[in-house]
Design a protein around this ligand. Structure first.
Ligand code: 3HC
Length: 295
């Protein structure tokens, strides 16, 4: 598909990444359908977009008209056929589980136009394996955004074993038209490039605290001051979602071996549903507004 022919983008999943990607696409002028499995999820994602656009407008990073225009271009839907029926590109950002994503692709293939490209925002899973359950492995690739999508510049564009070069070119051009910097990832390996580095860093931080070698605050101060990263390891885990990091680690552990074994501290947080900012509590408590993150 010629990149100039892209008008309508369907984003599947209205969670942290899905609503952020929908927002970025709408800000760039695309018509966006944002789909989730029930009204509550999709409405919640829509409200998050509204909040973010307001914030950007308040800070004069965009005009009020741009914010209103972007919101108007997002249509929240629950019906999958309605979401993807006219789409030129489908960007999928559903939970990081192979079975869930495969189920979605089997269904989407029934409703999406034959020319539509499927781009998965998976953080780690095999693009090739996902593409094989769709009806179009050549028109299938990874398009991996970072959290929060509206602020993060990088997009990994990942080739599966059967992805056509034309698909990668189109998705790279799409990423550029969203104001992002695409980096092509040649090999479809677990975690690609960024998460292969970043998620073990979060895991190691958790192992340090698990062994009582340091506190959460001590680790985060060190990450910020000594390593110079914009957020502490635990602060970042809370931002990304502890469940997301945990599922990426589980997959890398399964595919790459013991070096990636998830720390039990992460499993405990996932089990307790203390997943970070999105649930109001993770390694820090955001509920009463008094969260103290080392600066
Ligand atoms: N929309 C609009 N505003 C937002 C926002 C959003 N989505 N998210 C945060 N903000 C606002 C905050 O509310 C805050 O507003 P306030 O000043 O009124 O309180 C403000 O932005 C925060 O901005 P700051 O000036 O304090 O911070 P910076 O602008 O310097 O940086 C950041 C914020 C860009 C998020 C920076 O901290 C950063 O780069 N953090 C690292 C993020 C990162 O590494 N992400 C990748 C994670 S890995 C991943 O996503 C992959 C996945 O597969 C696991």
């Amino acid at each position: 598909m010629d990149p100039d022919e892209i008008d309508r983008i369907a984003v599947l999943g209205a969670g942290n990444m899905g609503h952020g990607i929908a927002e970025v696409a709408a800000l760039a002028g695309y018509d966006v359908t944002m789909r989730d499995i029930n009204e509550e999820f999709v409405q919640n994602g829509y409200e998050q977009i509204e909040w973010s656009l307001d914030k950007l407008a308040e800070k004069d990073q965009i005009s009020r008209d741009e914010a209103d225009g972007a919101l108007d271009r997002v249509t929240p839907v629950v019906d999958l056929e309605e979401a993807v029926g006219d789409a030129d590109v489908v960007i999928e950002a559903v939970p990081e589980k192979m079975d869930i994503k495969k189920e979605v692709y089997r269904e989407v293939a029934e409703y999406a136009p034959p020319a539509a490209i499927f781009a998965t925002n998976t953080s780690s899973l095999s693009i090739t394996e996902l593409s094989e359950v769709s009806d179009r492995p050549e028109q299938f690739c990874g398009m991996h955004f970072f959290n929060p999508p509206v602020r993060m510049q990088l997009v990994e564009v990942i080739s599966g074993a059967n992805t056509a070069d034309e698909t990668l070119d189109t998705i790279e051009e799409l990423a550029e038209s969203l104001g992002k910097t695409p980096v092509r990832v040649r090999k479809d390996s677990p975690g690609f490039i960024v998460n292969r580095i970043l998620v073990p860093l979060m895991n190691e931080a958790a192992w340090i605290v698990d062994a009582d070698d340091a506190t959460v605050a001590e680790v985060d101060s060190t990450t910020k001051y000594d390593l110079g990263l914009p957020m502490g390891s635990f602060e970042l885990a809370d931002q990304v979602g502890i469940d997301v990091g945990y599922h990426v680690l589980e997959y890398m552990h399964q595919e790459l071996g013991d070096a990636y074994r998830p720390c039990p501290l992460l499993a405990e947080k996932v089990e307790a549903e203390d997943l970070g900012k999105k649930t109001g509590r993770g390694f820090y408590d955001y509920e009463d507004g008094s969260v103290e993150i080392p600066t």
